[in-house]
Every structure is written in structure tokens, then in C-alpha cells.
Design a protein around this ligand. Structure first.
Ligand SMILES: Cc1cc2nc3c(=O)[nH]c(=O)nc-3n(C[C@H](O)[C@H](O)[C@H](O)COP(=O)(O)OP(=O)(O)OC[C@H]3O[C@@H](n4cnc5c(N)ncnc54)[C@H](O)[C@@H]3O)c2cc1C
Length: 411
């Protein structure tokens, strides 16, 4: 059996970027082994079917700040291939991209299928072989220093080099462990929060821009500012997803039980007190429900908050008692909710944890334990917040691994 120059395990975003880069840089016999029947399935469903390819965060240092796990190691990678390089890479291969107001990058067509066809087309043009339903179960080193990959049916493939690009799937972690790598326990990241707060579901669909959020758990506090969405089960939106990512490990340990504090107003205590006193003075004849103290509060949200504060919505502003005013100020500055679980099953966007980053050279993505073994994508203990950062890591690590393998074949 003639060994492949490169076998990529996993036909997702990272696996395809690795294979295309290696092929374009002269590596001849390459095969992608995909365990399922479908290629790049996560790319297809990503970004609500639009695929948020990357983020227009062009400066490597700033880009690296968007990864709660990955840290300084990612900087070594991003200094070689960052978001701007990804943008050019796809455009040069015919995928036109656009930058939205919040810096997220999407295909101009708004279709993730175009990202898939770009990667697939470029792999095929360069002669990359693709085998689906080839689920790699075991990997051995042969006496002559090749890799032997065996699937569920006991078929075997021999390779000079391999790249593990199996995403957050436990089988990839098992394979890496069997070769000597340590695995940081995996926990979900990027999820929504569930609360039992009565009647909050009546605000379902309300979205508020630029809100300060804080979660408190186990004597620790995590803060974030961003857009919030109220759902019929609790809270979602970029600010919540980011908080879930920053505190992914602690939330897992506390079984997703924490206190969420929402600051509905940018004003501080004295300023808000003055504002409410002015409303009492100048608009005293109006009912509370008919005059909202803050522009961010929609009518539905204001009604919900008044009920939560146990203040009669039909009361006139002039009749607001001093103790009610204090309750209102407190609620608007520190509105508390008990979170008791993460959102519905299957909603997690990424896995936090994976192959330990200290055992991988982030300039080449080669294993520091086993020469000839490389990693790309989510299999590593790297994960980013929402906004295209998780795919960015797939493209960067895939490109570096592909390049590094190609250098092994330069005579
Ligand atoms: C709903 C959803 C939306 C998302 N939207 C975005 C977004 O818009 N932007 C963004 O940046 N990120 C997004 N993400 C995250 C992003 O999709 C992932 O970070 C990314 O797909 C990881 O790519 P990967 O190639 O490392 O792994 P995967 O995409 O998981 O690919 C790994 C592949 O390996 C295969 N495999 C696993 N084990 C084996 C084995 N033993 N043998 C053979 N094959 C195997 C799997 O079947 C799979 O096809 C989203 C995720 C989800 C779930």
C-alpha cells in the first residue's frame, strides 16, 4: 500500500483548509477522511445558514483578545495568518465577502453553501481525495514510522503525516490521547441562559442594545456589555453568549446555576434618582406605565419590570412613594435573575476544552509529542466568542498545518 503524504481526519472547515493549503503548496497524495456522510455540515448550519466566516478584526493582538481560551499561543498563529489573510484567501478563490456594521464577515450571497463549494472546489481542483463514511477508530505508528489509520470496518490507510481536524467530537480527543496527548476536559461554550422568572416570557423577542450584564457565581463575578435578547425561556443575544464563553468552565462546575444582574441604565444612582424626581415633578399626572424612565425600555419590558417591582402600573408618577422610588432605582441598576440552567439542548455553538495547547507548536500546528502529527480547528483547547472567531481559528490553524506539511516535502 502506497502511503498518503497527508491524511486529514475530519471533513469540516479546518480539515478542508488544511488539505487545500497543503495541496496548493505542492503536497501530492492527500486524502480527507470524514466519518459522517456529509462534508462541512457545521459550515452549512453556521450563522443561521449565512456562515459568519470571520471578523474584520485585522490586528493580530486585538483578534487574539476574542478567545477566552487560546491566549498568547494564538498570537503566534495570527502573526502568520490573521483575519485579513482569510478575507483575501477566500476572495482570491472566488468567494466574495462583505463586512457588516458589527464587523462580522459573511459571503456576499448570504449563503453558507457558497463557502462549502469554494473549499470543496479548490480541494478537488488540486486533486485532494475525499472519503466520507470513513470513521477513524484507531491510529498506530508502524515500525517504519508511518501512521496506520483504521476505521470501524477495519479498513486501513497508511500516511506519512496526519492532521486531526475532528472538531469537538470525543473520538478525535480519544485518538489524540492514544498518541500521547493530554486532553483538557470539554465543556460547552456559547449558550443561552434559562430562568424561571414568572412572566418574563411575555417579553420574549424584546432586544436591547448595549446593556451591562454581570453574572455572579461561587464568589466570582464576570461582566460584559453588549446586546441582550429576551427569549421565552430566559436570555440570549451576543452579550449573554459572550458571558457564557468567558465563564464556560465556572458555569459548568456550578451546574449552570448563577445570578444574572442586568443594569438597564447607563446612569449611576444619583443621576437616576434625579431623573425619577424630575419625572415626578414635571409629569406627575401621567401613569407610570405611560411614561418610561429610560429609552431602552419597551412598553412590554417596562410593564414586566413594574410587576416585578410590585409597583402598580396605573399609579401616577406624582404618587410614587419614596420607598417605591428606591425599589425602582435598584431594579433599573441591579435587576437580578436566578439562572438555573443553560438554554435548550443542542444549542451550544462550540466546545471549550480539547487537546492541550502546550503540547502543540502554534507556528506549525505540529504536535510537540509526535512528529508528523498536526492539529487544526476546534479539536484544540481554543475557543472564541461569537462573531466569526471560531471559524477564524479553523482557517488559521488549517492554513498553518497545511503549510507546515508542505515544507516537509521541499527537497
Ligand atoms: C449552530 C452553529 C452555528 C455556528 N456558527 C458559527 C459562525 O457563524 N461563525 C463561527 O466562527 N463559528 C460558528 N460556529 C462554530 C463553528 O461551526 C465551529 O467552530 C467549526 O465548525 C469547527 O470546525 P472544525 O473543522 O474544527 O470541526 P467540525 O466542523 O466539527 O468538523 C469536524 C469533522 O470531523 C468529523 N469527525 C469527527 N470524528 C471523526 C473521526 N473519528 N473520523 C472521521 N471523521 C471524524 C466530523 O463528522 C466533522 O465533520 C457555529 C457552530 C454551530 C454548532
Amino acid at each position: 500500500m502506497i502511503p498518503f503524504d497527508l491524511v486529514v481526519v475530519g471533513g469540516g472547515a479546518a480539515g478542508f483548509m488544511t488539505a487545500v493549503t497543503a495541496a496548493e503548496n505542492g503536497v501530492k497524495r492527500i486524502i480527507i477522511l470524514e466519518g459522517s456522510a456529509k462534508l462541512m455540515e457545521k459550515v452549512r448550519i453556521s450563522g443561521g445558514g449565512r456562515c459568519n466566516v470571520t471578523n474584520a478584526s485585522w490586528i493580530p493582538n486585538e483578534l487574539a483578545e476574542n478567545y477566552p481560551r487560546g491566549g498568547i499561543k494564538l498570537l503566534e498563529s495570527f502573526n502568520r495568518f490573521a483575519a485579513g489573510d482569510v478575507f483575501d484567501w477566500f476572495e482570491k478563490r472566488g468567494l466574495k465577502l462583505k463586512i457588516e456594521d458589527d464587523n462580522r464577515v459573511f459571503p456576499i450571497s448570504d449563503s453558507s453553501l457558497d463557502v462549502i463549494s469554494c473549499l470543496k472546489k479548490n480541494a478537488i481542483i488540486k486533486g485532494v481525495e475525499i472519503s466520507t463514511k470513513f470513521f477513524v477508530k484507531e491510529i498506530f505508528k508502524t515500525p517504519d514510522n508511518f501512521f496506520n489509520l483504521i476505521n470501524s470496518e477495519k479498513d486501513s490507510i497508511i500516511a506519512k503525516n496526519i492532521v486531526l481536524s475532528t472538531g469537538g467530537h470525543p473520538s478525535g480527543h480519544k485518538l489524540a490521547k492514544s498518541i500521547g496527548h493530554s486532553i483538557v476536559k470539554t465543556v460547552p461554550s456559547l449558550f443561552t441562559f434559562t430562568t424561571k422568572e414568572s412572566k418574563l416570557n411575555e417579553c420574549s423577542g424584546v432586544s436591547i442594545k448595549n446593556i451591562d450584564l454581570e453574572i455572579q457565581l461561587n464568589n466570582k463575578s464576570f461582566k460584559n456589555r453588549g446586546d441582550l435578547l429576551i427569549t421565552h425561556w430566559g436570555f440570549s443575544g451576543p452579550a449573554v453568549l459572550k458571558l457564557s464563553s468567558i465563564a464556560a468552565r465556572e458555569l459548568f462546575e456550578q451546574k449552570y446555576k448563577c445570578k444574572l444582574i442586568i443594569k438597564w441604565s447607563d446612569l449611576e444612582y444619583e443621576e437616576l434618582k434625579e431623573k425619577i424626581n424630575n419625572l415626578k415633578l414635571n409629569n406627575g399626572k401621567l401613569n407610570l406605565i405611560n411614561l418610561r424612565p429610560l429609552p431602552v425600555l419597551t412598553k412590554r419590558l417596562w410593564l414586566f419590570l413594574l410587576n416585578k417591582m410590585k409597583i402598580n402600573k396605573d399609579k401616577k408618577w406624582a404618587d410614587l412613594l419614596a420607598n417605591e422610588r428606591e425599589i425602582m432605582i435598584n431594579s433599573l441598576l441591579k435587576d437580578k435573575y436566578m439562572i438555573f440552567s443553560k438554554g435548550p439542548f443542542g444549542e451550544e455553538f462550540v466546545t471549550s476544552g480539547g487537546v492541550s495547547i502546550n503540547e502543540v507548536d502554534f507556528k506549525s500546528m505540529e504536535s510537540l509529542i509526535c512528529p508528523g502529527l498536526f492539529f487544526s480547528g476546534e479539536i484544540l483547547n481554543v475557543d472564541g466568542i461569537t462573531g466569526g472567531f471560531n471559524f477564524q481559528h479553523c482557517w488559521t490553524s488549517g492554513w498553518l498545518a497545511g503549510k507546515a506539511v508542505s515544507k516537509l516535502f521541499i527537497k
